[in-house]
Design a protein around this ligand. Structure first.
Ligand SMILES: [Zn+2]
Length: 104
């Protein structure tokens, strides 16, 4: 097929030249890219989507961890305040048990 024939087929909407890679393919209305480029575009979109999601998930995980760390710390603080005597008594007992052990 020479250039003239090619030109004619394109003008007759029998063939299309791919917008990105100049491949020639069968004319389909609204189709601007060849199969290969469409596949590349789809892959690129998928990759972009995946990367965006990964970032979103990482941000979510970070936020979740931070919020929960605060919650856990608050819980520990509250627990310590409410059970100060119990904890102190236990620490005291442990300390003396250890001391006793060392003395024996
Ligand atoms: Zn192409």
């Amino acid at each position: 097929m020479n250039d003239e024939e090619l030109f004619e087929k394109i003008m007759n909407k029998e063939l299309t030249i791919c917008e990105t890679c100049d491949n020639i393919f069968e004319y389909i209305p609204q189709k601007l890219f060849c199969g290969e480029c469409l596949r590349d575009k789809k892959l690129a979109r998928k990759r972009k989507h995946y990367e965006e999601n990964r970032e979103k998930k990482a941000a979510y995980d970070r936020k979740y961890r931070e919020e929960n760390l605060e919650k856990m710390k608050a819980y520990q603080r509250k627990y310590r305040e409410e059970n100060r005597e119990k904890i102190n008594a236990r620490e005291f007992a442990r300390y003396h048990a250890k001391k006793k052990q060392e003395e024996e």
